[in-house]
Design a protein around this ligand. Structure first.
Ligand code: WT7
Length: 652
């Protein structure tokens, strides 16, 4: 491209991308990217592929197609290994740079791993896995708290071409068993016991129960137990092995498996609008380019950064911004095991000060909780190392945004809200730090190459200012390729609502200048503290209680958690049913983290004459939002609505 002034460059950006915030502050590079990605996506994404270390550079960027059987394919012909891009090439240029700073929740627990150290520990585990018979293309389940071994395990899987499946520590045995059998994992890594403040979580014991539950369907051969607290736990002879002892037997070097760009790097289970969790499949080449690109652009990455993404590694945020993005970019990652306010409020601010954290990426829930604390908590900390603050998981209110900006960032840090999903692999819509002017409460602008589109319920494209279903008109490198062993469900879930488009499940509003505001899920998914919970999963768990005829779970606005979960249950016999049974069923079937805020025991649910539960009404009733209930005469039993309103009103 000819040399243009910023102004000229800016004038040539197509109108759809122009936002006044940017126009007043255009940075040359970002504008160039927007333009190039729009004019020639193939060339743009091939150029971005140079961010990684390839064994064979790809011949093309994308062969994706949202019609027919749906194909998401990035970088055909490319051969690489994700762990080489994250480790080996930095080993040559910066072996002694800190790759990972880990702090445990107990005072004084701290460990700094250089790129050289991290590489060696990944290799020892990779060799251990190979010795235990794990093959390329097989799944390995990782069920660990925020200890360095979790990250090491992900990279070790990548090194030998095994597909990692990170499982949340809060899942019940049932939830674990379902995912272990669906993935066909052959090896499990778990902790003896995990710490959560004063609580101790019996990870190994929970895993043992899960493995018993799925004994017939599971392919698990071995369980590697990471000694986190050193507690003694029962070990099954022949199956269970001590992680520390096993890795000590191995060499600190291990050849990396050559992987095709589209070979799966990992599966990650997420909730949808049916009961069965979906294992989203992320490929190697496209995902890694997206992790590196979005980390660099969204957070304006600098080599001197200490990057702290507070997400657990069992969420996509942990995959992309604790591990793959920052390490691919040769950064230093901060990993902290503990809670924000344990043993006392302000613990996370201390982690920032002690380690010189420069980028702090967290959730609106954490921000809201911090806002409620005594202002002395924050004032007694320096926080002067910070330069960028970010949030993800749910919309951040303008009030919380400003507090984050003014009080934590002291008015001198860029604040980025980032909209994205498990399915998108990385950030999609954001006010990229130091490139796009943010607007408090707005997700802001699609990143270069992201073709966000709004469609109305008839499937017509909304132009200019307006509101609609948030869709993507074209694939991007980070897009999930499929649902594990169920491509038909992948197509059905994401590509039938708006044919020819990827449908996100979210609604959004766009301003005339292109800024997006996310209005929330339009499907049956509730977002509690940024964690996605399918209402159908909750209802399926409750249905295992034979005293329950049926139930309906809905989300309501919640001050701290963003959304709270409310359940309406119809018991077999009125008067004798105790709501605690519902809590027990949810804790056992899904996990304690999904236990509802409030349970209403009711006579019936509002239904259409064809028997479909009208969740819209339940949502409004549960939220005490009684305006615009609409025409109730089409209900099978219109009287039930008044009955529910009275009940909810009485019970608060
Ligand atoms: C859903 C995706 C992306 C990692 C965390 C959650 C909601 C996410 C935002 C945001 C408004 C947001 C959406 C989305 N969401 N980020 N910045 N503003 N809503 O990943 O579990 O796949 O959930 O979270 O509803 O669809 P996930």
């Amino acid at each position: 491209m000819a040399r243009l002034s910023n102004r000229e460059r800016w004038d040539s950006v197509p109108e759809a991308f122009v936002a006044p915030g940017m126009a007043t502050q255009p940075t040359g590079e970002y504008c160039d990217m927007v333009l190039k990605a729009q004019q020639n996506p193939e060339a743009f994404w091939l150029q971005q592929a140079q961010r990684l270390a390839w064994q064979t550079f790809p011949q093309a960027a994308s062969r994706s197609d949202f019609t027919g059987d749906v194909l998401v394919q990035w970088y055909p012909g490319g051969v690489l290994n994700a762990s080489e891009s994250c480790l080996d090439r930095h080993l040559h240029t910066q072996p002694n740079k800190a790759a990972l700073i880990w702090e445990g929740q107990e005072d004084g627990q701290r460990e700094v791993l250089s790129y050289k150290d991290l590489h060696a520990r990944v290799c020892r585990l990779a060799n251990t896995m190979r010795r235990l018979g794990v093959k390329k293309g097989e799944c390995v389940a990782i069920h660990l708290p925020m200890v360095a071994e979790g990250i090491i395990a992900m990279l070790a899987c990548a090194r030998i071409g095994a597909i990692h499946v990170v499982l949340f520590g809060g899942f019940s045995p049932e939830g674990l068993a379902e995912r272990l059998s669906d993935s066909g994992a052959v090896l499990v890594l778990t902790a003896d016991v995990a710490r959560r403040g004063d609580k101790r979580i019996p990870s190994k014991e929970t895993m043992d129960t899960a493995l018993l539950r799925c004994a017939e369907k599971s392919r698990v051969q071995h369980v590697l137990v990471v000694p986190v607290t050193g507690a003694s736990v029962p070990m099954h002879v022949g199956r269970d092995l001590n992680y520390a002892q096993e890795v000590a037997k191995e060499q600190p070097d291990c050849p990396a498996e050559p992987m095709q760009a589209q070979d799966p790097l990992f599966l990650l289970y997420t909730s949808g609008s049916t009961g069965r969790p979906k294992g989203l499949v992320h490929g190697t080449g496209g995902y890694m380019v997206w992790a590196s690109f979005t980390h660099a652009v969204t957070f304006d990455h600098k080599p001197t950064d200490v990057f702290w993404c507070t997400a657990d590694i069992s969420w996509i945020t942990g995959h992309t911004y604790v591990v793959y993005g920052p390490l691919a970019n040769g950064g230093t990652i901060m990993v902290y095991e503990g809670l924000p306010s344990w043993p006392q409020p302000g613990r996370w601010w201390d982690v920032i000060d002690r380690n010189g954290v420069t980028v702090f990426y967290t959730s609106p829930t954490v921000v809201r909780a911090a806002m409620r604390e005594d202002s002395a908590v924050l004032q007694s900390r320096s926080l002067e190392s910070l330069r960028i603050l970010g949030t993800v998981g749910e919309p951040i209110s303008p009030e919380a945004w400003h507090w984050f900006h003014d009080e934590v960032g002291k008015g001198r840090c860029a604040v980025v809200d980032t909209w994205w999903q498990t399915e998108t692999g990385g950030v999609m819509i954001t006010a990229a730090a130091n490139s796009v002017t943010p607007r408090a409460g707005a997700a802001s602008l699609p990143l270069p190459g992201v073709e966000a589109t709004l469609l109305d319920t008839q499937g017509t494209v909304v132009h200019g200012a307006g509101e609609g279903l948030l869709c993507m008109a074209r694939s991007w490198p980070g897009q999930a390729q499929s649902i594990w062993q169920d491509h038909a469900r992948f197509k059905q879930t994401y590509f039938t609502t708006c044919p020819g488009y990827y449908f996100t499940g979210d609604g959004a509003r766009r301003e005339a200048d292109g800024y997006y505001w996310i209005t929330g899920r339009v499907d049956d998914v509730v977002n509690v503290s940024g964690q996605r919970i399918g209402t159908a999963e909750i209802e399926d768990a409750i249905a295992t209680d034979h005293e329950v005829v049926e139930s309906a779970a809905v989300g309501i606005p919640h001050d701290l958690k963003g959304q709270g979960l409310v359940v309406f249950v119809v018991p077999r016999a009125q008067g004798v049913f105790h709501p605690d049974a519902v809590n027990r069923a949810v804790a056992a079937g899904v996990g304690r983290y999904a236990v509802p805020e409030k349970i209403y025991v009711v006579r019936d649910l509002p239904k259409t004459r064809s028997g479909k539960i009208v969740r819209r009404l339940l949502r409004k009733i549960a939220a005490h939002d009684l305006d615009g209930l609409g025409d109730l005469s089409t209900l099978a039993d219109p009287d039930i609505v008044q009955e529910l309103i009275a009940l909810v009103g009485a019970q608060g």
